[in-house]
Write a protein that binds this ligand. Structure first.
Ligand SMILES: Cc1cc2nc3c(=O)[nH]c(=O)nc-3n(C[C@H](O)[C@H](O)[C@H](O)COP(=O)(O)O)c2cc1C
Length: 266
């Protein structure tokens, strides 16, 4: 019997981008003068200890990896999406490529532009992003030009993984209940199940540090502290005032955060 005519539930569309939802990563590579470059990316997958990264051909990151084949891959948690967005339209290339003219500007220190802190790596030269709970050090093993010439695929071997102790379970495992990536889906940033903001839209000056949903699993360093606190039956108001809303570190005293220098919460 001939197959039934399918219901006409779909239409043919031509979306300009096909980012259905991959984690946002921050790639740190080394410039020729020894300074680090930081770039958001999301074309990423991992198999075993190998990573495959899709990189634009005209970016500083690819140029750096071709010359100095080491990088770090740091995974920002949802509260850090504004830091990602702050450097979304910046390039480390002093000579802005034609395709980016008018939209992108050059910035030599994207760690500073993002408000993020470089943290020395153990085995590779580029620094990690201190505020990220999950960080990989990797060596590039192969770079393959893409079909269209617009991108290349870098394959890199992870040589060391750093995980904040609060997202580690059973010795060597990342606890998915404690850890959340930012998911980049059709130019919007999401936590798992929760929209954060739109690419190119308004970016809050500061993250909302007062909102804690006690019924859901911890979604960030900030939530995690609140969650641990509730588990311990503590006084949230007392502890939460000590958590930096920008980077999630526990602050000491009443002054700026010792890690990221952000002002204390109001
Ligand atoms: C959320 C997000 C995801 C991105 N994903 C990628 C990606 O997977 N690969 C890539 O090459 N560029 C990606 N970009 C664009 C680069 O970050 C951008 O072109 C940047 O200027 C590159 O910086 P660089 O020239 O200093 O390397 C992404 C940007 C954003 C904001």
């Amino acid at each position: 019997m001939a197959p039934a005519e399918p219901a006409r539930t779909h239409r043919v569309v031509r979306p300009p981008i096909l980012y259905a939802g991959t984690p946002v990563i921050l790639l740190s590579s080394l410039n020729g003068d020894g300074t680090p470059n930081l770039a958001p990316a999301s074309s990423y997958w991992a198999l075993g200890q190998m990573l495959a990264l899709g990189l634009e051909s005209d970016g500083q990151t690819l140029a750096n990896l071709q010359e100095r084949p080491q990088l770090t891959v740091s995974f920002p948690s949802p509260p850090l999406w504004p830091a990602v967005e702050r450097i979304a339209d910046l390039t480390g290339r002093a000579d802005i490529p034609a395709a980016k003219a008018g939209r992108y500007t050059h910035h030599a220190d994207k760690f500073a532009a993002a408000g993020l802190t470089p943290q020395a790596s153990d085995l590779v030269a580029p620094p990690r992003v201190a505020e990220c709970l999950l960080q990989l050090e990797a060596e590039v093993r192969r770079i393959t030009p893409g079909v269209t010439g617009e991108y290349a695929i870098a394959e890199a071997e992870v040589v060391r993984v750093h995980a904040d102790r609060r997202i580690v379970a059973d010795g060597d495992h990342i606890d998915p209940l404690a850890w959340q990536p930012i998911v980049y889906s059709f130019r919007h940033y999401f936590g798992i199940g929760e929209p954060l903001g739109a690419r190119g839209g308004a970016v809050p000056e500061r993250v909302d540090a007062t909102r804690v949903d006690a019924d859901r699993e911890p979604a960030s360093t900030f939530d995690l502290v609140a969650w641990e606190l509730e588990e311990a039956g503590g006084d949230s108001a007392c502890w939460l005032a000590s958590v930096c809303p920008e980077c999630g570190a526990m602050r000491e005293g009443d002054g700026p955060c010792q890690r990221c220098q952000a002002d204390p919460p109001a």
